[in-house]
Design a protein around this ligand. Structure first.
Ligand SMILES: Nc1ncnc2c1ncn2[C@@H]1O[C@H](COP(=O)(O)OP(=O)(O)OP(=O)(O)O)[C@@H](O)[C@H]1O
Length: 240
């Protein structure tokens, strides 16, 4: 595995007075796919938002290539190579597929990801390039959201619940694109509610529980019991 690209150090995050993260030490090595799992409200989205400047955190709490980036404006963080596919996709529904994709390039960098490259990967988007994105199916909209993030040519792609509301066959199709991203040198984080899927698509799993890391390990080495305990705070035996 490559060297550490991104790291957090005792990361705490707040919404007003309410604390959501309680000292997260997280790291991301070059080229890996890491899955973040955890129950509703565990802090998964808050972690991603803290990395991308959407939730303000102290500068030294998040480092990219060893440089503090915590609390930088989101646009600056995109320029430094982090891009997020947000939960719920957050497209501009009245804008066309192509316009949504081009938005992603505005704050970004030069690199391998162009409109043509995305259209090769997701040919349906080429077919529908002039359609309003709001008229697409959920899976196609997710492809647009991924494509928009890739258009900024990130080093790190953070994906928040790609599978939300999608049929299993569509989810498989979306996740099948991950190896193409890593082959281009991308490092990927996926937040995923489906634990088996999270294990299948990643090399490493990090489980959050109530704002702390409750488990971390190789995806193929963690047992159901370990995950169950880390996820719910109960062992399987206790849960039944
Ligand atoms: N905008 C907000 N204002 C106040 N509290 C928030 C806000 N967003 C999240 N929280 C709280 O922060 C905690 C972590 O939420 P977060 O959305 O990060 O969890 P999550 O693991 O992503 O859950 P989910 O799977 O439901 O998206 C929860 O207690 C949640 O209620």
């Amino acid at each position: 595995m490559g060297k550490t690209l991104l790291s957090t150090h005792g990361l705490k995050a707040f919404y007003g007075d309410a604390q959501a993260l309680f000292g997260i030490d997280f790291h991301l090595d070059e080229g890996e796919v890491v899955a973040i799992i955890g129950a509703n409200g565990a802090g998964k989205s808050t972690l991603l938002k803290s990395l991308t400047g959407l939730v303000a955190v102290p500068a030294p709490a998040v480092c990219l290539h060893g440089q503090p980036i915590g609390g930088l404006p989101p646009g600056e963080i995109v320029r430094r190579g982090l891009a997020m596919v947000p939960e719920g996709r957050r497209l501009f529904p009245s804008l066309s597929v192509e316009e949504n994709l081009r938005m992603g390039a505005l704050a970004g960098r030069q690199g391998p990801w162009t409109l043509e490259r995305l259209f090769q990967m997701f040919p349906i988007l080429k077919e529908k390039r002039r359609n309003p994105s709001g008229a697409l199916s959920g899976g196609q909209q997710q492809m647009v959201a991924i494509g928009r993030a890739l258009m900024s040519n990130p080093q790190i792609l953070l994906c928040d619940e790609l599978s939300l509301g999608l049929a299993p066959i569509v989810i498989r199709e979306i996740y099948a694109a991950l190896p193409t991203f890593t082959a281009e040198g991308l490092t990927v984080v996926v937040v995923e509610q489906d634990v088996s899927l999270a294990q299948q698509v990643s090399q490493r799993v990090v489980c959050l529980q109530e704002g702390v890391v409750s488990l971390e390990g190789r995806s193929n080495a963690l047992t159901r019991e370990q995950i169950s305990e880390a996820y719910f705070g109960l062992s399987t035996a206790e849960a039944h």
